[in-house]
Design a protein around this ligand. Structure first.
Ligand code: C2E
Ligand code: MG
Ligand code: MG
Length: 693
């Protein structure tokens, strides 16, 4: 160590050493930055960056060496072999290239250490090759311990530098630390190797002219080195800028809706978060305006998708033009748009809302479509209606759904009192959807019995849902929710499949009644679904009965009745549910031959108390008799009600008195489940007492 310090102090020119340190420091900073670029690139780009970094690193090592040598007082005449000198530069570049490539070839820090050691070895090789071309007029004695130490120092410090650079722990501090380690590696190697050299000159050379030449050459080398580094920095900057621009461009594309050129959903979510934060800081209000086009589906269905796309693009352009530059309008998908408008109070919103309405209701004149589309608009304002992005969006949507439901011609502002009910339904829909997906719904079966004998002739499948926090939710609540949120068809399909599968496990081959909603009847595919389910479950066709209310059929009467006729042709029976509560139209009885009429439970509940109820029961029973359609009375709870029905000649009944809805397990005894369906005749069905337990 002392010998090295003495070598530096006594055999070198201080100004040249300072210059060498400067060149080395600048160079390593450039090299570490460029190495970062190489690390961030892939494939061909990475190779190019490795080559460029190696050129800068080789030049740094070589310039540091050359400038230091120009400050070395050899005390003898010196001649420099140009070939070896140039070759030493090439070795520095090639060796560093290999080292950097190895460092980046593997993900482990071991690769970085090996690569760094190779860089250090390249620097040492450069030094000794350079010294071989440094011809002195004298005898050189090499002190081997220093010759051996010099490369080891370079390899260890350069290895450490690349390990630091490739590790992530130190963050941005890695770069100066790694540059420092590299500087230490190059300089310590150089001066240790110089200490290894003892020169006995033949004719000491002390001319000052020679020293001036060396200074000039040293300066020139340093200058060329700095120019090379500047070129590398410029390349790195250009690359970084190009990359940043490409990144910005890609980001813009990812945040833009390609059809309308408006911000898309991810872009909007980001903008909403940042604008809410800005509104909070500035203490202003931010209105979220949810917009859903009214007649868009019609345009798409009647005029084609091209016309639909043109309408969307036109309305998007109009809305952007009608809002201020600082407001944001985005398309969330389909015909759903949303706007963000900053305001000081609600009154201030009336102007932009009026403009949006005008843009949306104005006539659209396009090649494929001419007319007005219109939209339902809902508004929620931060911080009055919500404090978070999510709640603000939900509340604006709730207000918009209300506008749609009510066919409102003006925007609806979120109103906690009104919209809370809708919110609870939306939440319930969400929970129900999860319950459907995770199989948390259950079917219970309620017996339908022959009144005189009490013999069970069939079971009605009734859906049951136990909500994790709300407890049991009745079907009269959750079925309309499923219908509103568009998954009643999926739910109905599950009911049919599950009920048919369950029915094959019953010990008695009774009839299975399954309720069918209007949405199931009106959506194409009910007939095919029945066929498929019967085939898959193996339930005989005659055992299945579908129950429909008049309301369900009346929604699309002609089509509905046609579907029912085809289903009946399969051998499946069709019952008219809840008769007496809906339209009670005799017309429908004339148009379709039902297999059963189910008299609504309202009449049973009135039996014994109301003469009108008794008169209606009599009339319906007479209607059934005259048309040869069996009538089943629903909701029988008392013996008195049953006795009246028996007296009036009613054949079939259903109600708590005869049996409550029970899960499959309570219906089937273990042995029967194991032996499977046995094709018993109707008269073999379990008695009402068994079913009622
Ligand atoms: P519904 O088809 O008329 O079914 C009979 C309803 O009356 C059932 O109510 C049943 O539990 C109830 N009930 C039976 N006997 C008595 C009684 O003696 N007294 C009283 N108070 N009620 C009795 P639930 O299970 O709450 O179902 C209500 C309605 O929900 C059903 O009326 C049906 O329209 C619908 N529903 C149930 N499950 C399904 C299903 O899987 N699909 C469809 N589309 N609708 C279903
Ligand atoms: Mg029913
Ligand atoms: Mg009913």
């Amino acid at each position: 160590m002392l010998a090295v310090a003495r070598c530096i102090a006594t055999e070198h020119d201080a100004s040249m050493i300072a210059l060498a340190v400067l060149v080395c420091s600048l160079g390593t900073v450039v090299v570490t930055q460029m190495f970062e670029q190489a690390r961030a690139s892939r494939a061909m780009a990475r190779m190019c960056w490795i080559v460029l970094t190696s050129v800068a690193a080789g030049a740094t090592i070589w310039c540091t060496h050359f400038v230091s040598m120009m400050g070395y007082a050899a005390n003898a005449a010196v001649r420099i072999d140009p070939l070896l000198t140039v070759f030493s530069l090439m070795v520095a570049v090639a060796g560093t290239s290999l080292g950097l490539w190895v460092a980046l070839a593997g993900a482990a820090l071991r690769s970085a250490a090996i690569g760094g050691a190779l860089v250090g070895a390249a620097a040492a090789a450069m030094h000794f090759l350079g010294m071989a071309g440094y011809r002195l007029d004298g005898l050189i004695h090499w002190r081997l311990e220093y010759v051996a130490t010099a490369p080891l120092l370079a390899m260890a410090l350069a290895g450490a530098a690349l390990v630091v650079l490739c590790g992530e722990r130190l963050g941005r501090a890695r770069i100066p630390l790694a540059a420092g380690l590299l500087v230490a590696g190059i300089l310590s190697m150089h001066f240790t190797a110089m200490t290894a050299m003892e020169v006995a000159s033949f004719a000491p050379d002390e001319s000052s002219a020679n020293s001036d030449d060396r200074h000039a050459l040293g300066l020139a080398t340093a200058l060329v080195g700095v120019i090379a580094m500047a070129a590398s920095i410029a390349a790195a900057l250009v690359d970084r800028r190009t990359r940043a621009e490409a990144f910005r461009h890609l980001r813009r594309l990812a945040m833009t809706d390609s059809l309308t050129g408006l911000t898309n959903r991810p872009g909007f979510n980001e903008a909403l978060t940042s604008r809410l934060a800005a509104a909070e800081r500035a203490g202003t209000k931010l209105a979220l305006i949810a917009i859903d086009l009214d007649r868009f589906k019609e345009v798409n269905d009647l005029y084609g998708h091209k016309a639909g796309d043109d309408v969307l693009a036109t309305l998007a352009r109009r809305m952007s033009e009608h809002l201020r530059a600082e407001d944001l309008i985005a398309r969330l998908g389909g015909d759903e748009f949303v706007a963000l408008v900053e305001c000081r109070n609600r009154e201030e919103l009336l102007v932009p809302l009026g403009r949006l309405e005008a843009a949306l209701t104005a006539q659209v004149d396009l090649e494929g479509f001419a007319g007005s589309v219109g939209a339902s608009i809902g508004v929620a304002v931060y911080p009055d209606d919500a404090l978070t992005a999510e709640t603000l969006s939900t509340n604006a949507d709730l207000a918009m759904y209300r506008a749609k439901r009510e066919g409102a011609s003006e925007p609806c502002f979120y109103d906690a009192g009104i919209d809370e009910v809708a919110r609870r339904r939306t939440e319930l829909a969400h929970d129900l959807r999860i319950a459907v997906q995770t199989g948390k719904l259950e079917l219970h079966y309620q017996p339908q019995s022959r009144v005189r004998t009490g013999e069970v002739i069939g079971y009605e499948a009734l859906l049951r849902w136990k909500h994790p926090t709300l407890g049991t939710v009745p079907p009269s609540v959750f079925i309309p929710v499923a219908e509103e949120h568009g998954f009643m068809v999926t739910l109905g399909e599950w009911v049919l499949r599950q009920a048919c599968a369950d029915a094959t496990k019953w010990p008695r081959a009774c009839k299975l009644s399954v309720n069918v909603s209007s949405q199931q009847l009106n959506k194409p595919g009910l007939l095919e679904l029945c066929e498929r389910v019967l085939r898959e479950t193996g339930l005989p066709t005659h055992r299945l009965e579908l129950e429909l209310t008049e309301t369900a059929i009346m929604e699309n009467r002609e089509r509905g009745l046609e579907v029912l006729r085809r289903i009946q042709a399969l051998g499946v029976s069709v019952a008219l549910d809840d008769f007496g509560t809906g339209y009670s139209s005799l017309e429908i009885m004339r148009r379709f031959r039902f297999d059963k009429i189910k008299l609504d439970r309202f009449f049973a509940s009135e039996l014994g108390d109301s003469n009108q109820a008794l008169a209606i029961v009599r009339a319906v029973l007479e209607l059934g008799r005259s048309m040869s359609i069996p009538v089943l009375a629903e909701g029988i709870e008392t013996r008195k009600q049953l006795d009246i029905l028996i007296r009036e000649g009613c054949e079939e009944a259903q109600g708590y008195l005869l049996g409550r809805p029970v899960p499959l397990e309570s219906l089937v005894d273990e042995d029967a489940v194991r032996s499977g369906p046995r094709g018993y005749s109707m008269t073999d069905c379990p008695s009402r007492t068994a079913a009622a337990q």
